[in-house]
Design a protein around this ligand. Sequence first.
Ligand code: ZN
Length: 153
Amino acid sequence: MKKWKYTVMAAAMIALANSALAEQCEVEIESNDAMQFNKSSISVPQTCEQFTLKLVHTGKLPKTGMGHNWVLTKTADAQGVATDGMSSGLDKEYLKPDDARIIAHTKIIGGGESDTVTFAINKLDPKESYAYFCSFPGHSAIMKGTLQLTQSN
Ligand code: ZN
Protein backbone atom coordinates (compact mmCIF):
# COMPACT_ATOMS: atom_id res chain seq x y z
CA MET A 1 0.00 0.00 0.00
CA LYS A 2 2.76 2.38 1.01
CA LYS A 3 4.78 1.54 -2.07
CA TRP A 4 1.81 2.23 -4.30
CA LYS A 5 1.41 5.67 -2.73
CA TYR A 6 5.02 6.60 -3.41
CA THR A 7 4.73 5.43 -7.00
CA VAL A 8 1.70 7.64 -7.57
CA MET A 9 3.44 10.59 -5.95
CA ALA A 10 6.54 10.13 -8.06
CA ALA A 11 4.47 9.85 -11.22
CA ALA A 12 2.59 13.02 -10.32
CA MET A 13 5.82 14.90 -9.69
CA ILE A 14 7.29 13.78 -13.01
CA ALA A 15 4.09 14.80 -14.80
CA LEU A 16 4.24 18.20 -13.13
CA ALA A 17 7.87 18.76 -14.13
CA ASN A 18 7.15 17.72 -17.71
CA SER A 19 4.17 20.01 -18.04
CA ALA A 20 6.13 22.97 -16.65
CA LEU A 21 8.78 22.45 -19.28
CA ALA A 22 6.46 21.80 -22.17
CA GLU A 23 3.54 24.11 -21.55
CA GLN A 24 5.15 27.16 -23.12
CA CYS A 25 5.36 25.77 -26.62
CA GLU A 26 2.13 23.84 -26.62
CA VAL A 27 -1.39 24.63 -25.62
CA GLU A 28 -4.67 22.78 -25.40
CA ILE A 29 -7.90 24.50 -26.32
CA GLU A 30 -11.35 23.06 -25.72
CA SER A 31 -14.45 23.39 -27.85
CA ASN A 32 -17.93 22.22 -26.95
CA ASP A 33 -21.53 21.61 -28.02
CA ALA A 34 -22.40 25.24 -27.17
CA MET A 35 -20.19 26.47 -30.04
CA GLN A 36 -17.47 27.89 -27.80
CA PHE A 37 -13.71 27.81 -27.38
CA ASN A 38 -12.53 27.93 -23.76
CA LYS A 39 -9.83 30.49 -24.58
CA SER A 40 -10.14 33.88 -26.25
CA SER A 41 -6.41 34.40 -26.60
CA ILE A 42 -3.22 32.35 -26.84
CA SER A 43 0.30 33.58 -26.14
CA VAL A 44 3.26 31.96 -27.80
CA PRO A 45 6.82 32.69 -26.61
CA GLN A 46 8.93 33.90 -29.51
CA THR A 47 11.63 31.50 -28.38
CA CYS A 48 9.54 28.46 -29.38
CA GLU A 49 10.79 26.91 -32.60
CA GLN A 50 7.61 24.93 -33.01
CA PHE A 51 4.26 25.45 -31.41
CA THR A 52 1.76 22.65 -30.91
CA LEU A 53 -1.92 23.27 -30.54
CA LYS A 54 -4.26 20.51 -29.41
CA LEU A 55 -7.95 21.02 -30.08
CA VAL A 56 -10.32 18.99 -27.91
CA HIS A 57 -14.07 18.69 -28.46
CA THR A 58 -15.62 18.08 -25.05
CA GLY A 59 -19.16 17.80 -26.42
CA LYS A 60 -21.17 14.85 -27.70
CA LEU A 61 -22.54 16.10 -31.01
CA PRO A 62 -21.14 14.71 -34.29
CA LYS A 63 -18.89 16.77 -36.53
CA THR A 64 -21.62 16.98 -39.18
CA GLY A 65 -23.77 19.10 -36.83
CA MET A 66 -21.33 20.67 -34.35
CA GLY A 67 -17.92 20.21 -35.93
CA HIS A 68 -15.02 22.38 -34.84
CA ASN A 69 -11.56 23.11 -36.13
CA TRP A 70 -8.85 25.61 -35.21
CA VAL A 71 -7.59 27.80 -38.02
CA LEU A 72 -4.81 30.38 -37.68
CA THR A 73 -4.45 33.36 -40.03
CA LYS A 74 -3.41 36.98 -39.88
CA THR A 75 -6.24 38.92 -38.25
CA ALA A 76 -6.81 40.78 -41.52
CA ASP A 77 -7.31 37.47 -43.40
CA ALA A 78 -9.62 35.73 -40.92
CA GLN A 79 -12.94 36.91 -42.31
CA GLY A 80 -12.00 36.12 -45.91
CA VAL A 81 -10.69 32.64 -45.08
CA ALA A 82 -13.83 31.86 -43.07
CA THR A 83 -16.11 33.06 -45.87
CA ASP A 84 -14.23 31.18 -48.59
CA GLY A 85 -14.11 28.00 -46.50
CA MET A 86 -17.84 27.89 -45.84
CA SER A 87 -18.67 26.49 -49.26
CA SER A 88 -15.83 23.94 -49.27
CA GLY A 89 -17.73 21.28 -47.37
CA LEU A 90 -16.86 19.00 -44.50
CA ASP A 91 -14.60 16.75 -46.60
CA LYS A 92 -12.32 19.77 -47.21
CA GLU A 93 -12.45 20.77 -43.51
CA TYR A 94 -14.51 23.85 -44.49
CA LEU A 95 -11.36 25.47 -45.87
CA LYS A 96 -10.56 26.53 -49.40
CA PRO A 97 -7.93 24.02 -50.63
CA ASP A 98 -4.36 25.40 -50.77
CA ASP A 99 -5.42 28.73 -49.28
CA ALA A 100 -2.07 30.48 -48.74
CA ARG A 101 -3.58 32.71 -46.06
CA ILE A 102 -3.96 29.74 -43.70
CA ILE A 103 -0.93 29.51 -41.40
CA ALA A 104 -2.03 26.37 -39.56
CA HIS A 105 -5.20 24.38 -38.97
CA THR A 106 -6.53 21.21 -37.40
CA LYS A 107 -9.11 18.99 -39.05
CA ILE A 108 -12.79 19.30 -38.18
CA ILE A 109 -13.61 17.14 -35.17
CA GLY A 110 -16.82 16.07 -33.43
CA GLY A 111 -17.69 15.41 -29.80
CA GLY A 112 -15.15 13.33 -27.88
CA GLU A 113 -12.47 13.77 -30.55
CA SER A 114 -9.24 15.76 -30.64
CA ASP A 115 -6.69 16.83 -33.23
CA THR A 116 -3.25 18.39 -32.99
CA VAL A 117 -1.35 20.74 -35.27
CA THR A 118 2.30 21.80 -35.00
CA PHE A 119 3.69 24.78 -36.88
CA ALA A 120 6.90 26.79 -37.05
CA ILE A 121 6.98 29.99 -35.02
CA ASN A 122 9.72 31.61 -37.10
CA LYS A 123 7.13 32.03 -39.88
CA LEU A 124 5.29 34.50 -37.65
CA ASP A 125 6.05 38.20 -37.42
CA PRO A 126 6.04 39.62 -33.86
CA LYS A 127 4.61 42.87 -35.21
CA GLU A 128 1.73 41.14 -36.98
CA SER A 129 -1.67 40.47 -35.43
CA TYR A 130 -2.93 36.87 -35.65
CA ALA A 131 -6.37 35.40 -35.15
CA TYR A 132 -7.78 31.90 -34.81
CA PHE A 133 -11.30 30.72 -35.43
CA CYS A 134 -13.48 27.72 -36.27
CA SER A 135 -14.37 27.59 -39.97
CA PHE A 136 -17.48 25.42 -39.56
CA PRO A 137 -20.24 27.49 -41.23
CA GLY A 138 -21.70 30.02 -38.82
CA HIS A 139 -19.17 29.42 -36.04
CA SER A 140 -16.44 31.98 -36.69
CA ALA A 141 -18.46 34.92 -35.35
CA ILE A 142 -18.38 33.35 -31.88
CA MET A 143 -15.57 30.82 -32.02
CA LYS A 144 -12.58 33.10 -32.40
CA GLY A 145 -9.60 34.50 -30.53
CA THR A 146 -6.25 36.16 -30.93
CA LEU A 147 -2.73 34.76 -30.90
CA GLN A 148 0.23 36.85 -29.79
CA LEU A 149 3.95 36.24 -29.81
CA THR A 150 5.47 37.16 -26.47
CA GLN A 151 9.05 38.04 -25.62
CA SER A 152 10.49 35.72 -23.03
CA ASN A 153 12.31 37.14 -20.04
ZN1 ZN B 1 -17.03 25.25 -34.55
